[in-house]
Design a protein around this ligand. Structure first.
Ligand code: URP
Ligand code: ZN
Ligand code: ZN
Length: 465
């Protein structure tokens, strides 16, 4: 019997995954990788509908962004994108899977927030998964976690800060950790000690530095260090795994490293802005554009954090994408306590990280794949469907020419905002072609809207090495 023809063949490129790199031909059928062939094998008998010549270029797994906030209402502000626009921006930037947070408003039940996000996700152009979120002091945490898991969600976000909006105490943290551990899930934590943050904010008010230019002083590294220590202690008491979002200092990464040496299953995420920018942004023009929690740190701290990335101690790099525009950021810039926090970044995560660390030869392309795709897929129960290139995995592929550079310009981007923190930066590592579940969605730099074809990805039980 004649074999079914392939849909797509990518030949001539160097394939890079977390575990190997080398020349290979990728054969795609029905949205999945059918096989990886030696470059010497002729593909003419495959009858492929389309062949892409990747000669001189790299072919990598589509990235998985573990930390996106889409259309999130937080306080007075709502981020400006929705699943349609955020997912298109993600695809343009080499990210083929996004993981968003179902963050409840103060009067909303966590499952209502999740159901609303599942509904919104129907307009997604790329595949997506969701983190649940527990805020305040809800009753029946085991029941909430059971409902999350039944809905395909095994990761739950908790905040130790943002009083009256999202903050939870130790009892809730332990209850969520315990319930999730039983379900082979993972607790995601934004760890900043709120009493230290509020004390620093009070001091900033007293000294007249509560505006955006004073941001770095309003949320000290000590607040992150204390909260990480307390959450790690909770993980140790419950025996549950824990994932820290947006870590901004080498000291907190080192706490996680030491906890792992004691047997705690703990994981560290950081974000491009903590690894590339430094606190000089708060002394420059329009500092409010860089207001995020935790704040961007000083150069010595940034250099220390970068060494943790390149030396293998950070597990993931997430965008913490928050798509506010410059007028939203400016509105409350006189008082950071009332400001919309966070930076746009789902589209720029890939190119700026590649440029800063791979093009500069500080990090290998394989390590890039690990922190941008494989580990985020693993830590969301999506591996090996996502995060790698292997027979049976989804055909989520990025082709890039490592010799090609161009500047970041907001008018070339697709995020629903009028600024980027990286404006004017000359960047090497832009994806030139992106394939999402076998569909060509970025064709030599031209974005092709595939329509609302993104699928919700239920998380599989997580396993930890
Ligand atoms: O400043 C930030 N990171 N804003 C988004 C919400 C959060 O804390 O992740
Ligand atoms: Zn956060
Ligand atoms: Zn966030």
């Amino acid at each position: 019997m004649k074999p079914e023809p392939a849909d797509l063949v990518i030949e001539g490129g160097t394939v890079v995954t977390e575990s190997w790199a080398g020349p290979a031909t990728i054969v795609v059928r029905d949205g999945r990788v059918l096989s990886l062939l030696s470059p010497n094998v002729s593909t003419s008998s495959l009858g492929a509908a389309r062949t892409i010549d990747a000669t001189g270029r790299l072919v990598l797994p589509g990235a998985v962004d573990p930390h996106c906030h889409i259309a999130v209402p937080l306080g007075e502000f709502v981020t400006l994108d929705d699943f349609q626009t955020a997912s298109l921006a993600a695809l343009a930037g080499g990210t083929t899977t996004i993981v968003d947070f179902a963050i409840p408003t103060p009067d909303e039940h966590p499952m209502e927030a999740l159901e609303a996000k599942l509904e919104m996700g129907r307009s997604s152009r790329c595949d997506y998964a969701l983190h649940g979120c527990v805020a305040g002091t809800p009753s029946d945490i085991p029941g909430i976690v059971r409902d999350f898991v039944a809905a395909g969600v095994r990761t739950v976000k908790l905040f130790t800060t943002y009083r009256d909006l999202l903050m939870v105490g130790t009892e809730t943290i332990e209850a969520v950790m315990t319930a999730l551990a039983v379900a082979s899930g993972l607790t995601y934590v934004h760890a900043e000690d709120n009493s230290l943050v509020e004390a620093a904010q009070d001091e900033a008010v007293r000294t007249g530095h509560i505006d955006a230019a004073g941001m770095a002083g309003t949320r000290p590294a000590a607040a992150e260090e204390r909260a990480v220590a307390e959450v790690l202690a909770a993980a140790e008491r419950t025996g549950a795994p824990v994932y820290f979002v947006h870590q901004s200092t080498p000291d907190v990464v080192d706490q996680v490293v030491r906890a792992r040496q004691r047997g705690v299953r703990a994981f560290s995420e950081s974000c491009p802005h903590y690894l590339i920018l430094d606190d000089s942004v708060y002394a420059g023009d329009r500092p409010e554009r860089y207001v995020c929690c935790p704040p961007i740190r000083d150069r010595v701290t940034v250099d220390g954090l970068v060494s943790r990335l390149v030396d293998g101690f950070l597990h993931t790099v997430g965008s913490d994408h928050c798509c506010y525009d410059s007028s939203q950021k400016a509105l409350r810039a006189a008082d950071v306590r009332a400001m919309p926090n966070g930076l746009p970044g789902v589209e720029t995560r890939w190119p700026v990280v590649w440029d800063a660390f791979v093009a500069s030869e500080r990090m290998s392309a394989q390590r890039f794949v690990e922190v941008m795709a494989t580990n985020p897929a693993r830590l969301n129960g999506l591996f090996p469907r996502k995060g790698t290139i292997a027979p049976g995995s989804d055909a989520d592929l990025v082709i890039l020419d490592p010799s090609e550079s161009r500047p970041v310009r907001v008018q070339d981007l697709h995020m629903q905002t009028d600024y980027t923190p990286y404006e004017g930066r000359d960047v090497t590592g832009w994806p030139s072609t992106v394939i999402a579940r076998g569909r060509l969605v970025l064709d030599e730099g031209k974005l092709i809207d595939p329509g609302p074809v993104g699928e919700f990805l239920p998380a599989e039980p997580l396993t930890f090495d």
